[in-house]
Design a protein around this ligand. Structure first.
Ligand SMILES: C[S@@+](CC[C@H](N)C(=O)[O-])C[C@H]1O[C@@H](n2cnc3c(N)ncnc32)[C@H](O)[C@@H]1O
Length: 225
């Protein structure tokens, strides 16, 4: 079904005046190399998004953010599943990726999507605006995951969840071992509530709930890979 609302764009606010200091992750951070994990056809053949969205119970009315949206594999499928009244934020740090995603959404008649130009340490989403954040094949590219998770927290509405899809590989090989992910999320107070292999699709899905109260940045302890 075609939806007809306009595609809104929230501008990047530029450098933050906030002077909080976060510890660096104690492991390599993968470089941004591509706006997509792999071909959408191959992913759909293995049922990736269908599996993930079913497991997460994505249905009309849920407000969702696709963080590190890239070419929009999840953005498009989330907007289609949520229907005409969809609230989907598609966020990325690369302006060129957002430009291409905007063109794709227009071409495919997909609306209800707000594009957001985030910074590496802050997805820049409005306060209490989302019920579910999807981070697909991007966690290992976040320069400072502790800062990112800290600054994401205010955007999460009561009862919100964080869904991370990644490969069980070292971060330098564009994956995140599940134990490392659990440890880094716990360092900012996030608690794992579900984890599953996505076989026959690639990788795993891990689901977290955010903390009621964030730790002081200087109290955050990095994890070993
Ligand atoms: C491998 S692509 C994955 C794209 C898409 N999520 C998918 O599953 O195909 C990783 C994306 O994450 C984005 N990215 C990397 N670091 C980011 C950060 N700190 N905040 C937001 N996006 C980021 C990159 O620009 C890129 O578009």
């Amino acid at each position: 079904m075609l939806v007809t609302a306009a595609i809104a764009v929230l501008p990047c606010a530029g450098g933050s005046a906030d002077s909080l200091q976060f510890p660096k992750p104690d492991r390599p951070v993968a470089r941004i190399v591509s706006p997509a994990y792999s071909s959408e056809e191959a992913r759909d053949r293995k049922g990736e998004a269908e599996h993930v969205l079913n497991r997460l119970g994505v249905r009309a009315g849920l407000r969702v953010a696709d963080l590190g949206a890239g070419d929009g594999y999840y953005t498009a499928r989330l907007a289609r599943r949520l229907g005409p009244s969809a609230t989907v934020y598609a966020e990325d740090v690369e302006a060129g990726h957002l430009d291409r995603l905007r063109a794709r959404l227009t071409r495919d008649g997909i609306t209800g999507v707000t594009l957001v130009h985030g910074t590496p340490g802050d997805p820049k989403l409005p306060e209490a605006s989302i019920d579910l954040a999807v981070l697909s094949h991007m966690y290992h590219e976040i320069e400072n995951p502790f800062e990112f998770l800290f600054r994401l927290r205010p955007a999460l509405a009561p009862g919100a969840r964080l869904a991370i899809i990644d490969l069980d590989k070292p971060t330098r090989e564009h994956g995140t071992p599940p134990e490392l992910l659990r440890c880094e999320l716990a360092a900012v107070g996030y608690h794992e509530v579900d984890v599953m292999s996505l076989a026959p699709a690639d990788g795993y899905l891990a689901v977290f709930v955010p903390p009621a109260t964030l730790p002081a940045p200087e109290a955050i302890r990095p994890c070993r890979q």
